[in-house]
Design a protein around this ligand. Sequence first.
Ligand code: ADP
Ligand code: ZN
Length: 737
Amino acid sequence: MSQQQEFFGNVQLSEPEVVVPVLVPVAVAGAYSYKVPAGMNVRPGSIVRVPLGSREVIGAVWDGEPDTAVNPKKLKSILHVYDSAPIAEDLRKYIDWVAAWTLGAPGMVLRMVLRSEEALEPEALLSGVRYKEGQEPDRMTTARERVLEHVRNGLAWTRPGLAGAAGVSSSVIDGLKKQGVLEEAMLPATPPLPHPDPNLPGRKLTDLQQGAANQLCEAVGKGFKAFLIDGVTGSGKTEVYFEAVAEALKNNEQALVLIPEIALTSQFLERFEQRFGVRPAEWHSQVPPKRRARTWRGVANGEVKVVVGARSALFLPFHRLGLLVVDEEHDTAYKQDDRVPYNARDMAVVRGHISGFPVVLASATPSVESQVNAKLGRYTRIVLPERASGAEMPTIRGIDMRCDGPERGKWLAPAMVSEIQQTLSNGNQVLLFLNRRGYAPLTLCRTCGHRFHCENCSAWLVEHRFRGKLCCHHCGYSQPIPDKCPECSKPDSLVACGPGVERIAEDASALFPDARVLVLSSDLPGGTERINREMKLVESGEVDIVIGTQLVAKGHNFPLMTLVGVVDADLGLVNGDPRAAERTFQLLAQVTGRAGRIHGKGRGLLQTYNPEQPVIRALLSGNPEEFYAAEIESRESAGLPPFGRLAALIISGPDRVVTEKFAKAVAINSPSSEGVQILGPAEAAMAQVRGRYRFRLLAIAPRTVDLQGFLRKWLSTAPKPTGGIRVQVDVDPQSFM
Ligand code: ADP
Ligand code: ZN
């Protein structure tokens, strides 16, 4: 080392050292401390790369004071500050809030914001050429003339782009460059996005819709306010909140629309384009990484005005978000169960509250939580009781399977069959709904009684006849369907028990050989692309009978569909989940709501063994208010959400006995707290998943108790998990499996 370098080194060390807290993507409670090298500028929110153990990770400089307890000699330095704008203060606050609420690590919440490293640096420029003012070629040819026509306005072109546009070979361009007529220029890899135009004429709204739209528009730009649009299927909720999106755009703000199912995006994108002239940016797991990075950057710098996306879009770093819509707000897809378990519907309201903009929740079957929030005045409820097209709501009728069911081994009751017959002969479409994928949920041996179950999970293997496989729906394990019993070796002895959608399709094809039958289910090969294609076929009337799982219950408009038959209305009611009634009500009201949305009168038929069950009765009476009133009352008297609060601890491990013992020790160590009740440990309904044994503890607390505080105390005093045991906290669990 030279004298001079050493000298500078000493000077650097004698200057006061700046140390800042940096949030890194690991599951620890707070930020780590890092040194800021001389000459580097950072502030809270700056996105940085730092060493962490033997890795380098992306983190963000955070608020607060650095941890001074760390030996300064051990401190490492920030390696790099990314070009991207720092994370804004309100988003930092939001990250901390979500972490505190879910009992997750703030660094893991931050990781949901910093999804792609590619997005953090500016997009690489392309090299190209541009006209050099005042230069002319030594000799003009027609090819050169054509090139110059394109470049004289001063715009930059890529070499192949210009050659193509001018219809010349690239050697012509090279020649012009050599003579100095064209010079090197850099240009952006992607042209700037066209902006949605809020001033295009929307649909003519009905008076009710206009009143609703006005309420929303008045709230735009005026701080936080939460709305619940409770509007029947087909009432035009989308048209109404589009007006609020337009208002935000006029206000020079961005808007985010969350939808629960990415298979629905294509219809949504088309409707958006009809209203605003261009498509919004999409954000979900199937958007390719390059496009995702571009959207992230555009959201951060304000170039991208409207995003439609899955729940993860909630964590995008908007430059100036002015409106957040959660469509189909009751949908369970908004709950993330792994990593940081959060409910995007509730976290959307929090984001609006922290950043100060209106949030709109919309549904034909709102969650009980949102209905109660509306009753208590926390949300402004807007009711749209009629379909926009003037079509009436479908009439719902029950078929009592105890006396009017089909013969053994068949699944469609005679009354259902004759309704299908009539609908088809009128040239209309039928939807048969069964929320069960595959052919049969259970396969057994007629000779020895052997039942096929998954080796890793407590679940039967589901037969998928189209694919010729027995599959586990929990871990993805599959095996070919054997031709003899693995237990007693008897050939041709295996029988399928119970129906899945594939089996209903078989029945329907046998009963109506001339009908075009289509199974719509999320697990068939081809992904979203195939689903979109098939949805289009249904829309345009190229299918007569659709057999579908819950995928078809969501959001889609099928103009020719007039009959919806529910094959097993009792299916969702059999498990002991406290939300089973609500979920079944929502699912069946949504799916029967597909009937007759645009033209004519729709009908819904429910096959049930239990017509007196309150949920079924409420569906048959066509009076949702009755259902909500009864459900709210029973939740209130049982102290269940939203009147009480729930949190689950899911304790899993590779060994059953050890895991159970550990779960019991955790239960015994729960702190005493006024009014908090601990249930369990109980073996989870899914007692084994992917080879891990699972036990559940449930804390039930009155609303007045600080449940998160209670859980923090509990986890800090409980025994520490060892030997591969994991403890997962799920605040406000939606699934009880
Ligand atoms: P929802 O989201 O409430 O189910 P949508 O917004 O999807 O309802 O509207 C249902 C159907 O009615 C769509 O095909 C939509 O284009 C149509 N529609 C909604 N409002 C109007 C209107 N004011 N005039 C004409 N058609 C409308
Ligand atoms: Zn399995």
